[in-house]
Every structure is written in structure tokens, then in C-alpha cells.
Design a protein around this ligand. Structure first.
Ligand code: F6P
Length: 330
């Protein structure tokens, strides 16, 4: 544990940053309730780091978080703030926090948000806690990020519906799922929906294998196929997959992009359960002088790890599933 300071915390700020994810509201609720229960004041910062720079700060009380545990999105709103890469801008943000008597900050978000948090800690000694919230499940140092479970359930339900029509019309469907740098959504959803093939970042371009699986299925009398494509870092993976199928192999297909449907909706019980624990642990870490850390889900339990361990992207995600995917796709 990274115990760096024991400065007394009286007022904490909380913000959500980056892409929203189901369960962020549950985490905000847990932060506010835990803090108020510990006689702390809480200031909600709207629109992430952007809103901080714009001075969008307002005190929160118990009623601020009533009836939000089940709501998707984030009541604090969010943004992606490019200016925060600039050290002068971060200094201004720190000064705004100081002027508002905020002693510590809880940042609920993904990799980019954690980088901003770490910079505030290193450059200004601000006590910060990261709470991993992104549907992508791609943050190093934690096995889980809030929102992932809901997102894969949303995608699975949508793809089950596509399967019905694909089977009825004997069609091949390509379904693009989110997860910019991460294969996690594509892998879990692909396995859960019984897809014939999954195209994900570490596996790009291996179209021969995809074609041979689809053709083998057709030879055995399969009349419809589902191919899940992770959107990947560069746009166009799904279109390229379609081109290979249609142009190179004369297999007509339909393309469906699930897009932002995967980010919305009421959080699953798992997301609420983990978000509640993470919000609670985040406040306790601040009050016990344990920062900069991130709340982390490791081996089935919520704990804290040094924030420095959570600045990278989680890798090696796909490896344990490669054999499973091959075994089930025949
Ligand atoms: O929040 C993560 C994520 O949903 C990624 O899966 C996706 O690539 C990205 O955000 C989309 O972001 P935006 O809504 O800003 O275009």
C-alpha cells in the first residue's frame, strides 16, 4: 500500500471522467454516503476535469444521491479533457480545488482519467484515489472495471436477437462491439453468444482461419453465422471483415454496430455490488492517508493498489481463451 501522507481530509471532491459506464452512479452514491457518514464534506464536480476547470463544483448531501443506484450514465456528467495533458492547465485545476478547500479527489474513470489523477498527485501532492469505471475492462492492476458486466449483458441480449433473424434468413452477420484498445468485450460476448468467430485487436488479419471455420460450418449444413468484431484502435475492422467475406469469398453478410447502446442502461447487480464497495474503499483510503491508490478488484475482493500500477492497459486478456474459442467454434 502506498501510504504517502497523513494530512487530515475534511472535504473531498468526486468526479467522473472519460466514457461513462453503468455503475458510476452507484460508485458516486457510495462515495457520498461513506464520506458523510465519516463527517466529511463532499463536493461534486460536473463534467470531469473539464468541469473542474470551468468551476462546475457544488456541495453534495445525502439527498444528492437518492434514487440513483439503479440509473445508468453519471449524474455528475463526464467529458474527455484533452487540455489536461498540459501541466499549466493541471496547475489551474489544482488551484481551483484549493480555492474550494478540497483536500482530496476521487476520480471515477478509465486510463486517461487515472493519468490525470496521477499527474495531480505527483505535481501538486494532491491526495487522489482512482476508481476504475469503464465498460472496456482494460485497466492494469485490477481484474474488473465498473460497467463491464452490464455492457456485455447488453451486447449479449442484442446479439441473441440478431441470432434469431440471422437463423431465420440464413444470413451471416458481423457485429461490431466496443472496446477501443481492448478485446475484453468482444471475447466475452463472442463466447457468450456462441459466435463462429471473434476478431479482436491481438488477432487482427487472421481471416483465413475465419473463412475456413465459416466454410466448414456451411459444408456441415450451417446456414447462418455470427462474427463478433472488436472495434479496435483504428476504425474499419468490421468493414474490412465484411470486405474479406463478401469480395474475396463471396459470402454475403450484414453488419451491425452496437455502439453506444453498450454504455447505457441500468447497472447489473454485479456492477452495483462492486461499485458500492469501490466507493466505500475509496473514501476510506483517503481518510486513512493511503494515496495515491486505485480501488481494485483482485481475486474476487475489492482492495486498493498503488495508482502507479493502474496507469497502463491490461494485456494478455485473450490468451487464456484462445483454445476455448477454437474448441467451441467448430
Ligand atoms: O468508454 C470506453 C469506450 O466506450 C470505448 O469502448 C470506445 O472506443 C470509446 O469509449 C468511445 O468513446 P466516445 O463515446 O467518446 O466516442
Amino acid at each position: 500500500m502506498a501510504v504517502t501522507e497523513t494530512k487530515k481530509i475534511n472535504t473531498i471532491g468526486v468526479l467522473t471522467s472519460g466514457g461513462d459506464s453503468p455503475g458510476m452512479n452507484t460508485a458516486i452514491r457510495a462515495v457520498v454516503r461513506t464520506a458523510i457518514g465519516s463527517d466529511l464534506k463532499v463536493v461534486g464536480i460536473e463534467k470531469g476535469f473539464q468541469g473542474l476547470l470551468e468551476g462546475k463544483l457544488a456541495p453534495m448531501d445525502i439527498t444528492s444521491v437518492s434514487n440513483i443506484i439503479q440509473r445508468g450514465g453519471t449524474i455528475l456528467k463526464t467529458s474527455r479533457c484533452k487540455e489536461f495533458h498540459n501541466a499549466d492547465v493541471r496547475r489551474e485545476a489544482y488551484n481551483i480545488l484549493k480555492r474550494n478547500n478540497i483536500d482530496g479527489l476521487i476520480i471515477i474513470g478509465g486510463n486517461g482519467s487515472f493519468q490525470g489523477a496521477m499527474a495531480l498527485s505527483q505535481e501538486h501532492g494532491l491526495p487522489v484515489i482512482g476508481v476504475p469505471g469503464t465498460i472496456d475492462n482494460d485497466i492494469s492492476g485490477t481484474d474488473y472495471t465498473i460497467g463491464f458486466d452490464t455492457a456485455i449483458q447488453t451486447a449479449t441480449e442484442a446479439i441473441d436477437k440478431i441470432r434469431d433473424t440471422a437463423a431465420s434468413h440464413q444470413r451471416t452477420f458481423i457485429i461490431e462491439v466496443m472496446g477501443r484498445h481492448s478485446p475484453a468485450i468482444a471475447l466475452q460476448v463472442g463466447i457468450a453468444t456462441g459466435a463462429e468467430y471473434i476478431v479482436f485487436p491481438e488477432h487482427d488479419g487472421k481471416y483465413e482461419e475465419m473463412i475456413s471455420i465459416i466454410k466448414a460450418g456451411q459444408a456441415r449444413g450451417k446456414t447462418s453465422s455470427l462474427i463478433i468484431v472488436a472495434e479496435g484502435e483504428k476504425a474499419g475492422n468490421a468493414q474490412e471483415t465484411r470486405r474479406v467475406l463478401e469480395v474475396e469469398h463471396n459470402i454475403p453478410c450484414h453488419l451491425c454496430t452496437l455502439g453506444h447502446t453498450q454504455r447505457g442502461g441500468s447497472p447489473s447487480a454485479r456492477d452495483r455490488f462492486i461499485a458500492s464497495q469501490m466507493g466505500f474503499h475509496a473514501v476510506n483510503a483517503l481518510t486513512s492517508g493511503n494515496f495515491p491508490v486505485a480501488t481494485s478488484f483482485v481475486q474476487g475482493s475489492v482492495t486498493t493498489v498503488p495508482l502507479s500500477e493502474c496507469l497502463g492497459r491490461r494485456d494478455g486478456y485473450a490468451k487464456p481463451f484462445t483454445d476455448l474459442i477454437r474448441a467451441l467454434a467448430i
